[in-house]
Write a protein that binds this ligand. Structure first.
Ligand SMILES: *Cc1c(COP(=O)(O)O)cnc(C)c1O
Length: 245
């Protein structure tokens, strides 16, 4: 009989936190400066609850439909759960996702910024006090397809969103996905590219926060921490393999 390893979410979380801690020390960074997000896509609510009971508060989902099916009940029962959207977002789903998340990490085109502003304005006129953080996703790796391809377009989107702070929009920072490859140098180069971009954009907009760097996943989060990540998005290493059936 094959020996099936039982996934222990609590142990996985602890192990990853140790690795993050070690990488922070290696890179001479302040201990505790990197946040760990648990990416729960394709995993059931029970897995989220197990992680929550092990102390995990920050979660990420990459599809609106799945997030809306799973999280309203969870956040009602556990109000200190925080959810970010990390996957590509269609304009017609913006209105639906905003109430459920504190951050949209996958802002990848200016039309999306316009729709987010429109919906936040509407909420404000309805008397809803919503704070919504945005991360601008930048394309840094050959194989991935998401994110702004042009730095100028990203700058324009930051400027647009930055002018909408009156309706609760906060320009928090940047996100990227490294290429899926075993080539560690290519992965590191991708993270470095995001950090360098962030420095240029911050110089342009010194009055915006823009200090979050969301980079690093199960296979590469240690490299990401060494390259300045402030938030790693880890799915498989916490919850096990996803079942895409
Ligand atoms: C799925 C996903 C992750 C997590 O990936 P793992 O390799 O399972 O850790 C991180 N970021 C984004 C945008 C994702 O879609």
């Amino acid at each position: 009989m094959s020996e099936e390893r039982k996934i222990c979410i609590k142990d996985n979380l602890e192990h990853i936190k140790e690795k993050i801690h070690d990488a922070e020390l290696r890179a001479g960074r302040k201990v505790g400066s990197v946040k760990l997000m648990a990416v729960s896509k394709f995993h059931p609510a029970e897995a989220v609850i197990e992680a929550y009971k092990a102390g995990q508060k920050l979660f990420g989902e990459n599809r609106v439909q799945e997030a809306c099916g799973k999280f309203p009940q969870l956040t009602e029962k556990y109000p200190d759960i925080e959810l970010h959207l990390i996957g590509s977002l269609q304009r017609n789903k913006v209105r639906q996702i905003i109430p459920l998340v504190t951050c949209i990490q996958s802002v990848d085109r200016i039309e999306l910024v316009d729709e987010i502003i429109k919906q936040c304005r509407k909420l404000k006129t309805e008397g809803v006090d919503k704070k919504l953080c945005l991360l601008f996703e930048y394309h840094t790796g050959e194989e991935s397809k998401s994110g702004f391809l042009s730095e100028d377009e990203l700058m324009a989107a930051v400027e647009r969103a930055g002018s909408a702070s009156d309706c609760g929009i906060i320009c928090s920072g940047f996100m990227t996905m490294a290429p899926f490859t075993d080539d560690k140098d290519a992965v590191r180069a991708s993270f470095r590219k995001l950090r360098e971009l962030s420095e240029r954009v911050r110089k342009q907009f010194p009055f915006l926060p823009l200090d979050e760097l969301s980079m690093g996943m199960s296979g590469d989060y240690e490299i990401a921490v060494e390259e300045g990540s402030t938030l790693v998005r880890v799915g498989t290493a916490i919850f096990g393999e996803r079942n895409y059936a």
